[in-house]
Design a protein around this ligand. Structure first.
Ligand SMILES: [Zn+2]
Length: 204
């Protein structure tokens, strides 16, 4: 049976090490399900940081969906070709994020509402521009992160700051439109990277 440990980025991940050979520790740091591993992380975060952040709350709400997804992994039925943009959009909408690239050391694609709660180091200049363009607290953007959080650095935004103004063309008016924008971004290769993650997970 697949066990789950907590990766170096603080996220639950399926363990594929031989028994007793895992770099993330022994029995005490392995869990029977993704859900159990997540509960351990939530509890530890709660002790460390007090209130649960919004991402954790969302995770709890989607407990059922997450269990369903874990059940899908071992005999993952769809072929890579069948895992399409629509599946990806659906997953991000349900869970708020999707794992990409390497299954052992995943990165995460997530979509955030653009405001200074979600972007912790937003400069006044940037905020002013967003307000002026009607985007502040009124637009969504997809980002790639190595750790899911309740707030992110401006550095993760694909805004390509110019000397006078930030380029905000990737900001979208809805959550779904932000995912679609990301899928259109050739450099990002989001669908390919999400498929890679599933490919590696297949058969576990
Ligand atoms: Zn392990």
């Amino acid at each position: 049976m697949t066990k789950f440990h907590i990766s170096k980025h603080g996220m639950p991940a399926p363990c594929k090490a031989e028994k007793g050979n895992c770099p993330y520790g022994g029995e005490e740091s392995h869990f029977n399900s993704l859900e159990e591993a997540q509960e351990f992380i939530d509890k530890r975060n709660e002790e460390r940081y007090g209130l649960l952040n919004s991402v954790d709350e969302r995770r709890k709400m989607d407990k059922h969906d997450r269990e369903k997804e874990v059940a899908d992994i071992p005999g993952y039925k769809k072929t890579d070709e069948e895992y399409d943009s629509k599946d990806l959009i659906e997953k991000v909408q349900i869970k708020g994020f999707i794992a990409i690239d390497d299954a052992d050391d995943p990165l995460y694609y997530t979509v955030i509402l653009v405001n200074d709660t979600n972007i912790k180091d937003m400069t006044n200049k940037f905020k002013s521009q967003l307000i002026e363009e009607g985007l502040y607290n009124n637009s969504y953007i997809g980002i790639i992160t190595n750790k899911l959080s309740s707030s992110y650095s401006m550095d993760l935004l694909p805004i390509y700051g110019s000397s006078s103004r930030y380029v905000t063309k990737w900001f979208a008016s809805t959550f779904e439109a932000a995912i679609k924008n990301s899928l259109r971004d050739k450099q990002l290769s989001l669908l390919k990277r999400a498929r890679n993650y599933l490919q590696i997970n297949k058969g576990r």
